[in-house]
Design a protein around this ligand. Structure first.
Ligand code: UDP
Ligand code: MG
Length: 339
């Protein structure tokens, strides 16, 4: 099934895992993947992406790679965020099917053989859904429900609230994602947008094996904003509607004020109304500017055409190619080289 790549052939399954300060998890992660996928009789590789960790994550990857050449990976020169780490991992993956999974063992490795089976039934994308016995704080869950309602209404794609970045992607899908020229990669919305035959498998989310989560409220809010702004221009249209509504109210009011001035004689009331109108318009203007700013900021980021990430070290691939993959806008259409 897999075509040859000179080094014993490409594996069937690539397991891509982003890792930020995961020194205490990677050994165990590797062990579980090896046991589970060997038992299932699958050929595999693991791509570990060290997202500029401040602990010994890099050394652990180095050690694992020396022990087992099926562990490959890249270490970023600084932290670029989970979505970029996943992008780099996808670019390095050689498998016919690629599984994206967290390094902290919250996503059950045991599910991978079942995902592969489902893929073999003909699904190009196998998503997973968290069953809510979830111990996430109530506030986090509540906010996430609201976010997905807004996001789905705005973007017109259907994003499953409980679907984490734990999924299997067919080679065709991976090649497409790797070729995307855009910088803001919000996989949760991108993947449903791609289409293809998709299905979902439920699983129970576990506690982290070790370490702490690096997503606090502000990082989640940032990700949410990225999701909305990179997938929808409806907020921009909302500004126009807002302007129209304000005009509908203020024009008659202005006419009425003029009428009063010329025909009824100017009185001096009106302080309250002036303050109210000022506040209303000021608020609407600032929000509108803010929304415009969000889009302009992102356009600015895209046109700078900086690389997606900067590379410190590479295991099991040509460093030049991995560095090149960080410049997606410079890739030709026929370039689907596997690193
Ligand atoms: N991660 C990453 N870069 C970051 C933050 C997180 O690569 O800047 C990785 C992290 O190592 C883990 C996954 O993304 O494998 C999910 O992160 P985390 O467990 O902190 O988030 P949570 O599970 O709490 O949503
Ligand atoms: Mg986690």
């Amino acid at each position: 099934m897999a075509e040859s790549h000179g080094d014993g052939g490409a594996p069937l399954v690539s397991v891509v895992t982003p890792a930020f300060n995961e020194e205490a998890n990677l050994e165990e992660f590797y062990r579980q993947v090896a046991v589970c996928l060997d038992a299932a009789g699958l050929t595999w590789e693991i791509i570990m992406v060290d997202d500029g960790s401040r602990d010994a994550t890099e050394n652990v990857i180095d050690r694992l790679n020396r022990r087992d050449a099926r562990v490959r990976g890249v270490s970023f020169a600084r932290n670029f965020g989970n979505q970029v780490a996943v992008s780099a991992g996808l670019a390095m993956a050689r498998g016919e099917a690629v599984v994206i999974i967290d390094a902290d063992l919250q996503h059950p490795v045991e599910l991978i053989p079942k995902m592969v089976e489902t893929w073999r039934e003909g699904y190009e994308i196998v998503n997973t859904v968290r069953r809510y016995g979830n111990k996430a704080p109530l506030s986090k869950r509540f906010l996430s429900v609201i976010f997905y309602k807004v996001m789905n209404a705005l973007s017109g794609t259907k994003i499953e609230a409980a679907a984490p970045d734990f999924k299997l992607l067919d080679r065709r899908v991976v090649d497409l994602l790797v070729q995307l020229p855009e910088r803001t990669r919000y996989f949760k919305a991108l993947i449903p947008w791609l289409g293809f035959r998709q299905t979902s498998i439920p699983f129970d989310c576990k506690e982290r094996f070790a370490g702490t989560s690096s997503f606090n409220f502000f990082r989640l809010a940032e990700l949410a904003l990225d999701g909305i702004v990179s997938f929808s221009t409806k907020p921009l249209r909302a500004i126009s509607y807002l302007g129209a509504i304000v005009l509908l109210i203020t024009v008659p009011y202005g006419l009425w004020a003029l009428f009063q001035f010329f025909f009824l004689g100017a009185k001096t009331p009106g302080w309250t109304s002036i303050i109210l109108v000022n506040l209303l318009l000021g608020g609407a203007t600032l929000i509108s500017l803010g929304i415009l700013g969000e889009y302009i900021g992102r356009i600015y980021n895209e046109v700078k055409q900086r690389p997606l990430y900067t590379v410190k070290k590479v295991w099991g691939a040509d460093e030049k190619q991995v560095v090149q993959a960080a410049f997606p806008h410079e890739r030709g259409e026929d370039e689907t080289t596997r690193l």
